[in-house]
Design a protein around this ligand. Structure first.
Ligand SMILES: Cc1ncc(COP(=O)(O)O)c(C=O)c1O
Length: 304
């Protein structure tokens, strides 16, 4: 495990021209398979597993889920038994590389009809899953829970200098909520990977509320969080040639891989905002590389 994850300055003419400094926190380098916010979200869930005397971890995900891939790798490494409830009973463990690797890492994959999968957050369904699978610690899809947020908050404790802005990609908002809870004055810019992701602002507030982390001045705290929902490139897991060209050029310039689902969209948004002159001269900006490179397997020629 490479922790704390390194922070790199991104050398770019564009940033020089605007007199700003842009850094990237390489959470993608934490571990080859358990990288980015997946490690952050799993860390305290594994601790809970150890302290709670559970027999197995059970979690949920789609066919290409970064969370399933990371959970399978981490449970193999920590010798914990795991079950993955996978959306879609048309799939099997050789349907793609994510599922193949999760299976090889010892995760029991249960391919579940979509109607049943839709119950994944229901308490009565969790009871049913416990009846079927015994004393399991149930981790929600994407690691969206209190312990997940707690791990994401640790990203902030690894920063050695004050930043004016932190950029993070958003799917469920768990990573953003964890980071926001730990920031003092720094502004957090969340880039929604989903179309119509405006609801994420409320979701982040609800996550903070549930964790007991909302500050007394809720409005002030939420004003610190800027959600951008116009960089989704047609929707979740969708992409355009413009986005892929950006990811390729970024890789050629910086030798850092981004994925087309989360981090590519975030970095595209950051560059776009710089070009639009949205940051004052002297601004210090940090982008969190939340990992997810295994998701680029669907575009084989992305980095050649
Ligand atoms: C690589 C990557 N980045 C960002 C996110 C979004 O994180 P969150 O769901 O916490 O908003 C995800 C999904 O969990 C992800 O896999």
């Amino acid at each position: 495990m490479k922790l704390p994850s390194p922070i790199q300055l991104l050398e770019d003419e564009l940033f020089k021209k605007h007199d700003i400094a842009v850094y990237i926190k390489r959470d993608d380098l934490i571990h080859p398979q358990i990288s980015g916010n997946k490690w952050r979200k799993l860390k305290f869930n594994i601790e809970k597993f150890r302290q709670g005397g559970y027999d197995k971890i059970l979690t949920f995900g789609g066919a290409y889920s970064n969370h399933i891939a990371a959970t399978a790798a981490l449970t193999k490494e920590t010798k914990v038994a795991s079950i993955g409830i996978i959306r879609g009973d048309e799939l099997n463990f050789s349907s793609n590389e994510t599922l193949k690797r999760a299976h090889e890492n010892g995760m029991e994959l249960i391919f579940t009809p979509r109607e049943e999968y839709a119950l994944r957050d229901e308490k009565y369904y969790h009871e049913e899953l416990r009846r079927r699978h015994g004393n399991v610690l149930i981790i929600p899809e994407g690691g969206k829970n209190f312990h997940g947020m707690l791990g994401c908050a640790e990203i902030v404790s690894e920063l050695e200098q004050d930043m004016d802005f932190v950029f993070v990609p958003c799917g469920t908002g768990t990573t953003a909520a964890g980071i926001l809870s730990a920031l003092d004055k720094t502004q957090l810019v969340g880039i929604s990977a989903l179309k119509g992701g405006g609801f994420l602002k409320e979701d982040v507030q609800s996550l903070l509320f549930a964790a007991g982390w909302l500050k007394e001045d809720i409005e002030e705290q939420m004003e610190q969080f800027h959600l951008e929902s116009e960089y989704h490139f047609e929707g979740y897991a969708k992409y355009t040639d413009e986005l892929l060209d950006f990811i390729r050029t970024f890789y050629q310039k910086h030798a850092i891989k981004l994925d087309q689902i989360y981090t590519g969209k975030m970095m595209f948004a950051l560059y776009d905002k710089v070009k639009r002159g949205e940051f004052n001269s002297g601004s210090q900006i940090l982008a969190i590389h939340t990992g997810g490179i295994q998701g680029t397997q669907t575009i084989p020629d992305l980095f050649v």
